[in-house]
Write a protein that binds this ligand. Structure first.
Ligand code: NAG
Ligand code: NAG
Ligand code: NAG
Length: 297
């Protein structure tokens, strides 16, 4: 299991961090979130743990272990300043995944991770037993996040204070990664891992579609979570896609749909799964991609 930085202009990879101890073939990070201070939060798919990695020192450690969860999936920071104060808060999801591609029915849960003055604290926001497999997760607006449900082929909009949710997006075949860029409020981007496309749709303030779905890129070799890069135009110009079984990171230019592999063989073993890509959030690393890769099953 590796974490790499990829200068997008170069196809050069730098391993950043691997879980300590002998490499376990079944270990994987499922999703990543970058903190304002530059640290990376990584959810483990093979354990109920969030790891924190400091890219400047290339060191990491387990930040929290989540009691009552088995396998962690999507994670994203959410702005809760309007209601609960200014603490740095993340929302993440969990499921029971006894074996690859199997999800325990009724096991979906949504959690918050808050950095308070006394340290990180995790609490259950809501169990969603009616959900299937909670996967990609992204901030929507103040106090709300979108969560993709791969099995139900839906996306939920959940209120982080009350846990109340709606299901604004349905018929989302193969929904995996879900992203919204702050620069383009209301536009929902998602990965469809069934037909290997990256798509987007314009929506209203409650994420209900107001237009037709656009296919931004297709014929990818694999697709999981992805990062959106906002260009000089102030719009999303590029997407960086975790290529899953492709073991690579693919850049897609929106508008033309042009694709380019910017990092191949991330595991360095010729096989593996790349699950997530995020971009740095600070001036010094806004052009750095962080990607998670595992050997996979
Ligand atoms: C899910 O997590 C459990 C531990 O909580 C682990 O035994 C299992 O292997 C994980 N599933 C996958 C597919 O990694
Ligand atoms: C979703 O798909 C079903 C079955 O094809 C269809 O009846 C329904 O109208 C669709 N709903 C939306 C909102 O597209
Ligand atoms: C995928 O490739 C086929 C064959 O070249 C082409 O017809 C199709 O338009 C492509 N799909 C997308 C979404 O790019």
């Amino acid at each position: 299991l590796l974490l790499c930085t990829i200068p997008p202009a170069l196809a050069s990879l730098q391993p950043l961090f691997a879980l300590p101890g002998p490499p376990l073939p079944g270990s994987w990070f499922e999703n990543l979130a970058v903190r304002p201070n530059g640290a990376i939060l990584a959810t483990r798919g093979d354990a109920p743990e969030i790891w924190q990695i400091d890219p400047s020192t290339r060191t990491g450690s387990r930040l929290v272990s989540v009691e009552g969860a088995f396998n962690l999936t999507g994670i994203s920071q959410v702005d809760t300043s309007a209601r609960q104060g200014k603490d740095e808060t993340y929302v993440f999801a969990s499921a029971y995944i006894p074996a690859p591609f199997q999800v325990g029915p009724g096991s979906a849960k949504v959690w918050t991770l808050t950095f308070t003055s006394t340290g990180p604290s995790v609490s259950l926001l809501k169990a969603l037993p009616e959900a299937g497999f909670l996967n990609g997760l992204t901030a929507w607006d103040t106090g709300r996040v979108l969560i993709g449900d791969t099995l139900a082929e839906s996306v939920y909009l959940i209120d982080v204070e009350t846990g109340v949710h709606t299901t604004p997006l349905v018929n989302m075949s193969g929904v995996n990664g879900v992203r919204v860029a702050k620069a383009e409020p209301g536009v929902v981007y998602w990965a469809n891992h069934n037909d290997l496309t990256l798509r987007r749709v314009k929506t209203d303030g409650n994420a209900v579609p107001t237009g037709a779905v656009e296919v931004l890129a297709g014929n990818l070799t694999g697709i999981d979570d992805f990062a959106l890069q906002v260009g000089k135009s102030g719009k999303v110009e590029k997407a960086y896609i975790a290529g899953l079984t492709g073991n690579d990171v693919v850049e897609v230019v929106l508008g033309t749909g042009a694709k380019r592999v910017v990092g191949s063989d991330l595991t360095g073993t010729g096989a593996g799964l790349v699950t997530a890509v995020v971009l740095g959030r600070r001036k010094e690393d806004e052009k750095v991609l962080y990607a998670s890769a595992g050997q996979g099953g």
